[in-house]
Structure formats: structure tokens, C-alpha cells
Ligand binder design. Structure first.
Ligand code: PAF
Length: 285
């Protein structure tokens, strides 16, 4: 069993038109490849919801703000296709770069508000790159549903907002973060960790969950976050880019934990940048 690989918008649209004639609904799972169990969980969720699932694989140069990071990004199409085949995915859309950014391409989709702060503050241009490619993938596939992981929580908000603002008729489905047994959130970047860093890495999730529990228990936000930041550094992380409490619904900053929230962090472990986030419930009265 193998997954049909499609490289052009023309072939993609012809296949989707055929599925539409059959009355099938279509889901898209956008990825940059190097598929792990987190991606596969999105694919399974999509297969549970629609008759036809397209996984896209495109390492999007516009969302990398560092040329070395782009060059080092794993490209494993053959292995990715082999992981998808047993799941029963109908198509792997791995477009040539010219299908996404044809010569003279000069349009940028830029989402303000939810893309500002957090990762947006440290990765200039990143969310413009994500928003632009995701818009293209939505319009090229014409899918009814798109599946995204909560691990990239800010990205999820950016995608929801662009679909709503541009009236793209697609339902965005959020799926929970998949974790290793020790709590580390799955990420294509985890393979870059040295054995020693890999041992320290789950501390980020452990501290986030513990901090979320303390906040729900009513501890003061500023002091609790300052302690958590110190704990992340003490665990061996070299830098904490951000550790912030934001509203779950719209990523607004929070002075008080008076509604469902997320605790979001980005931290460096040697040369690897890890991000994670956990839900924080408001205290019960
Ligand atoms: O989350 C990712 O892998 C990428 O940002 C996405 C959504 C596939 C866009 O390139």
C-alpha cells in the first residue's frame, strides 16, 4: 500500500473535484514533514472526521527567520510517505516550491493581534510566512476541515483568525499536544537534542504543569511565573525566551486568572529551541 504523491495544484484540484462529485468531504493536515506521532494523531483525527484526507508536506522557506535553521530542517519525504500509507490517507501533497511561490509571488498574509508577542516577538516574519502558506494550502485544496496541533498554540490562533477574516469556508480543528511518556511534547526538533539535553527537556513540561496547578490554586501570577522561570533555568535550559499566561480564547494578556488560560513558554536547551503550553483553569470560588 502506498500514498499517491501529488506535486501540482492542477493534479490536486482534479483529484479534489472527483471526490466532490462522489459527495466526499475533504480534510487537510498541513505539515512540513519529518512526521512524528503528533502529526499522525492529527491524521487519525482527520480520517475519523472525513472520507478524504490530504496531508501536505512543504518546508516553507518564508516562515524561517534563520537560514541555518531552514537548511538544517529534516527532509524525509520517503519515510513520511511510508508512515502515512498504513493509515489510509488518500493523498500526500508535496508541491514543488514554484506551485506555492511562483515567480513574481508578491502577496503576504499578515495577521495582527494574535501573532504579536510570544513567538512573534522572537521570530520576526514567522507568522506572516505561516499565514501566507496556510492560506495558499487552504485555497489550493479547498478542504472543508483543517487539523492543527495545540502544541503550536499561537499558530492555531493565527490560522483561525485568517480563516475567519478572509471568509475561507474551512473548519479549523484543534488536537491536543502529543507527549512522550516523560511529558516532553513531540516536536521535529527533539531529534537535535544531545542525550544530556534530552534528559533535561521534559522538565519544561513538568514545570509548566506544576505552575498551572499552583496558579489554579490561587498563587499570585507575577511571583509564580518568576519562580517557574528560575526553575526552567535551574533544570539546565540556557535561556527562557518567554513564559506567559494568556487567555485561552484570544491570547490576551491576563492580569488576573479570571477565565480559562494557557501558560506558554519558549526556552533554549543548548542550540535547540523548545516550545510548549498547558491549559490553566481559573480558581474555583
Ligand atoms: O506547523 C507546521 O508544521 C507549519 O507551521 C505549517 C502549519 C505546516 C505551515 O508551514
Amino acid at each position: 500500500m502506498s500514498v499517491p504523491i501529488v506535486r501540482t495544484v492542477r493534479e490536486l484540484r482534479a483529484a479534489v473535484a472527483e471526490w466532490r462529485r462522489e459527495g466526499s468531504r475533504v480534510a487537510v493536515v498541513p505539515t512540513m514533514g519529518a512526521l512524528h506521532e503528533g502529526h499522525l494523531s492529527l491524521v487519525r483525527a482527520a480520517l475519523g472526521r472525513t472520507e478524504r484526507v490530504i496531508v501536505t508536506l512543504f518546508v516553507n522557506p518564508k516562515q524561517f527567520n534563520n537560514a541555518a535553521d531552514l537548511a538544517a530542517y529534516p527532509r524525509t519525504e520517503h519515510e513520511d510517505a511510508a508512515k502515512l500509507a498504513p493509515l489510509g490517507v488518500q493523498m500526500l501533497y508535496a508541491p514543488d516550491a514554484s506551485e506555492i511561490y511562483p515567480e513574481g509571488f508578491s502577496t503576504t498574509v499578515s495577521v495582527s493581534g494574535v501573532s504579536e508577542g510570544l513567538c512573534g516577538a522572537f521570530r520576526p516574519g514567522h507568522f506572516d510566512g505561516v499565514a501566507t502558506v496556510v492560506t495558499k494550502l487552504f485555497l489550493q485544496t479547498g478542504a472543508d476541515f483543517a487539523f492543527f496541533g495545540e502544541k503550536d498554540f499561537q499558530q492555531l490562533h493565527v490560522v483561525r483568525r485568517l480563516a475567519r477574516d478572509l471568509d475561507i469556508p474551512i473548519v479549523i480543528v484543534a488536537c491536543p499536544t502529543v507527549r512522550e511518556e516523560d511529558g516532553l511534547a513531540l516536536s521535529s526538533r527533539n531529534v537535535r537534542l544531545s542525550p544530556e539535553e534530552r534528559r533535561a527537556a521534559p522538565e519544561l513540561a513538568r514545570i509548566l504543569f506544576a505552575t498551572a496547578g499552583r496558579l489554579t490554586g490561587g498563587t499570585p501570577i507575577g511571583e509564580t511565573l518568576a519562580q517557574a522561570r528560575r526553575a526552567i533555568l535551574a533544570a539546565g535550559f540556557t535561556e527562557v525566551e518567554y513564559l506567559e499566561l494568556r487567555a485561552e480564547k484570544d491570547l490576551a494578556s491576563m492580569e488576573a486568572l479570571d477565565r480559562p488560560a494557557r501558560l506558554l513558554a519558549a526556552a533554549w536547551l543548548g542550540a535547540t529551541r523548545l516550545i510548549d503550553n498547558v491549559a490553566v483553569a481559573p480558581p474555583r470560588d
